[in-house]
Ligand binder design. Structure first.
Ligand SMILES: C[S@@+](CC[C@H](N)C(=O)[O-])C[C@H]1O[C@@H](n2cnc3c(N)ncnc32)[C@H](O)[C@@H]1O
Length: 424
């Protein structure tokens, strides 16, 4: 880690505080302009420091614990977490300690704890070499860890936590030629055709960005459209479409795509992506429930969900959420499936997917949908994609993807995919 000045540290500290004390997500904070007044380099540094701190917070807490008689308020603890991470990333301790003492000292509500921050971070910097790496990898919070252990077992969750701590890679979907994109960008082609690069490169500087030869899309996120297997000329509805990765895949396959999403601002990103790649889709800003043009050959429903499959990319999520909203999301997904089914022509298909690790947002939804929609069947063969491991196929005929899969290749987001067929 390179030296970070006071300004990005202060900005990162504010972001981490907003996530941990107000339950805000980094995407909404940054999208809302939280870093807009900073120079691009400082903005990038602040964002990276906030992400790294949230990703490593549990490990930092373990290191800090012996030096604290009781837990200080979160803003103070966050300053200590950030300082600990920076010190153990190799940044000179003196500057780190002074910065966080100054940051805490600026806030009158916690300024009295400056001395504690100073003393604790000094103790952290005096720990024996290797102390940080000997600590366990950060764990998920109990509200999420418990249900995930119930679903997948403890060894799987330890693997998932390891993937979260390792962080994401950069995956690209090629518009037409994965091998050519891999050769141009220095990436490798995964068994499913996604092109994989190491994280940390500037996306817009990669060859083929301007020409629209590819778009950023996690390997797991590309699989629902592969399972849908769009054919040239088919009429396909992408029902929760923004920011549009799956719309682009459908359009690139030559389908006539209608993309619906409730969010105007997110749909603007779909339009940008279509313009960059020279692909076409009809854009409709609408609540999916209000959209009633039916008769589609296929409908893709990438439903709003807990996003627990994307924690590698969004380590803020377990800090900002506590699972209390998930019940409403699960109900909405069930209603969206029922509505989407009405928009499929007889004999057509519905692909349901979520970037969730919770069976309630995947396997359980499909079992329930089949139970109360007579005649619909699961097409288990459709999710047997080339390159996937057969153990990822589920009992009810879906595909379960987890961050601990392809661990030696850099993992993948968590996803669930199932293809249903409407009676003819
Ligand atoms: C998981 S994201 C979709 C990602 C997208 N399919 C892709 O591949 O880029 C879920 C989307 O559902 C949208 N959404 C949430 N509630 C909706 C509703 N009632 N009607 C339509 N879209 C909705 C959100 O705005 C969000 O863009």
């Amino acid at each position: 880690m390179t030296q970070t000045g006071l300004t990005p540290r202060l900005a990162a500290w504010r972001l981490v505080n907003a996530v941990t004390t107000e339950g805000r997500l980094l995407s909404e904070l940054i999208g809302g302009g939280a870093l807009a007044r900073f120079a691009p380099e400082d903005r990038a540094r602040a964002q990276r420091l906030a992400l790294d701190t949230l990703r490593a917070a549990d490990r930092a807490d373990r290191m800090l614990k012996p030096f604290l008689q009781k837990r200080p308020p979160l803003p103070v603890r966050n300053a200590m977490r950030m300082g600990t991470l920076e010190i153990w990333s190799g940044v000179a301790a003196h500057g780190v300690v002074n910065s966080y003492v100054e940051i805490v000292g600026r806030d009158s509500k916690i300024a009295s704890m400056k001395g504690l921050v100073n003393a604790v971070l000094r103790r952290v910097s005096e720990e024996r070499p290797g102390a940080w790496d000997r600590l366990p990898e950060p764990r998920l919070p109990d509200w999420l860890r418990g249900p995930l252990i119930d679903a997948w077992g403890k060894p799987a969750i330890v693997g998932i936590e390891s993937a979260h701590f390792a962080g994401p890679v950069l995956d690209l979907t090629a518009k037409s030629d994965p091998a050519a994109v891999a050769a141009a960008t220095g990436g490798t082609v995964l068994p499913t055709g996604t092109v994989r690069l190491a994280a940390g490169v500037q996306v817009s500087a990669l060859p083929g960005f301007e020409a629209g030869d590819w778009w950023v899309q996690d390997a797991a996120a590309a699989m629902p459209v592969m399972a849908l297997a769009p054919k040239k000329g088919e009429r396909i509805l992408d029902l929760c479409a923004a920011p549009g990765g799956k719309t682009l895949q459908l359009a690139a396959a030559g389908a006539h795509v209608t993309s619906v999403d409730i969010s105007e601002s997110r749909m603007a990103r779909v339009e940008e992506n279509l313009a960059r790649t020279g692909l076409k889709a009809e854009i409709v800003v609408s609540d999916a429930f209000a959209y009633d043009q039916g008769g589609f050959d296929a409908v893709l429903l990438d439903a709003p969900c807990s996003a627990t499959g994307t924690i590698r990319r969004h380590p803020d999520l377990p800090h900002a959420k506590d699972g209390s909203e998930f019940g409403d999301l699960i109900e909405m997904q069930a209603a969206l499936i029922d509505h989407a089914m009405t928009l499929v022509r007889p004999g057509g298909r519905l692909v349901f997917c979520t970037c969730s690790l919770l069976p309630d947002e995947g396997e359980v939804q499909i079992e329930a949908a089949l139970e109360h929609n007579p005649g619909w069947t699961v097409d288990a063969d459709a999710v047997r994609l080339p390159g996937i491991d057969p153990s990822w196929l589920t009992e009810e005929g879906g595909l379960r993807l987890r961050p601990d899969y392809w661990a030696d290749r850099g993992g993948m987001d968590g996803f669930y995919v199932a293809v249903l067929t409407k009676p003819a």
